[in-house]
Design a protein around this ligand. Structure first.
Ligand SMILES: NC(=O)c1ccc[n+]([C@@H]2O[C@H](COP(=O)([O-])OP(=O)(O)OC[C@H]3O[C@@H](n4cnc5c(N)ncnc54)[C@H](OP(=O)(O)O)[C@@H]3O)[C@@H](O)[C@H]2O)c1
Length: 258
């Protein structure tokens, strides 16, 4: 089998949450380019429409589905709409996420619940729904969760986010273990700093820009730096990989400070 065949996604159907900006847009475009029709899920419909148009212009297929990942009814509807358009979803990219700033002692209950609800609870419920449907369809599947290096280490002012992302790494292992024998693989990507709407203001500030000194490759990541990990985990190239989290961070996690 050639490398192109190994990573090809023809015959698969993808659903990407958080496909209206940043990494989710890139994930959707990459999956579509390799042959999978993609259901684009997020709240901002104008942005989803623009992503859909770009994918179609490039020769791919996509539908835009407005849904809040915190809304369980909208989740069911999103999978139903994706199935109606393209057939059973065989790839889920659980990417929607929010960040926060502020020290633990100042964090409000509402902010904790917003971040953990979006970055952990919703990741579980969307993976659970996808897995149930993949098992029922009997075609196998690949679930790719988006964690973070902050699921391993912590930095000040990230408590809810770091706790949620650590949870994503653990739920990836637990689901990977339970579903392995049934042909559904569950893995995660843990990006380091990738410049997107989530962090652009901070990373382009003087304080943020100084972080590049902690990244051995000497720069922040770009969205395309995640293409390889995504395609590995989503395609047959990763057929024996499950329960794993691939760190894509320019060496940041292995570098000692100082
Ligand atoms: N950028 C980085 O450096 C980095 C590093 C590690 C991990 N990550 C993770 O990568 C993922 C994508 O982040 P990003 O950098 O691409 O951020 P982004 O540009 O802010 O995009 C976040 C996406 O999540 C969607 N979203 C947020 N809350 C949602 C909700 N309740 N319902 C539906 N969609 C929702 C947003 O869509 P709408 O607002 O339109 O709903 C948007 O499409 C996140 O899980 C993030 O934690 C990012």
């Amino acid at each position: 089998m050639t490398a192109a065949e190994l990573f090809n996604l023809k015959g698969r159907v993808a659903l990407v949450t958080g496909a209206s900006s940043g990494l989710g847009v890139r994930f959707a475009e990459v999956l579509a380019r390799e042959g999978a029709p993609v259901a684009l899920v997020a709240r901002r419909t104008d942005r989803l429409a623009a992503v859909k148009a770009r994918i179609e212009h490039a020769g791919g297929r996509a539908i835009a589905i407005a849904a809040d990942v915190l809304d369980r009814k909208a989740m069911t509807r999103a999978f139903d709409e994706a199935e109606k358009a393209f057939g059973s979803v065989t790839i889920l990219v659980n990417n929607a996420g929010v960040a926060h700033s502020g020290r633990a002692v100042e964090l409000s209950e509402a902010e904790w619940r917003r971040v953990v609800g979006t970055d952990l609870d919703a990741v579980f419920f969307w993976a659970q729904e996808a897995a149930r449907r993949m098992l029922a369809a009997g075609k196998g599947g690949a679930i790719v969760n988006v964690a973070s290096v902050l699921g391993f280490g912590v930095s000040k002012g990230t408590v809810a986010y770091a706790v949620a992302k650590a949870g994503v790494i653990q739920l990836t292992k637990a689901l990977g273990l339970e579903l392995a024998f049934k042909g559904v693989r569950v893995n995660a990507i843990a990006p380091g700093w990738i410049v997107t709407d989530l962090n652009r203001d901070y990373l382009t500030s003087e304080e943020g820009a100084a972080i590049t000194r902690e990244i051995p490759v000497g720069r922040f990541g770009e969205e395309r730096d995640l293409d390889g990990a995504l395609l590995l985990l989503a395609s047959d190239a990763g057929r024996f990989i499950t329960g794993a989290t691939i760190v894509v961070d320019g060496g940041q996690m292995v570098a000692l400070r100082g």
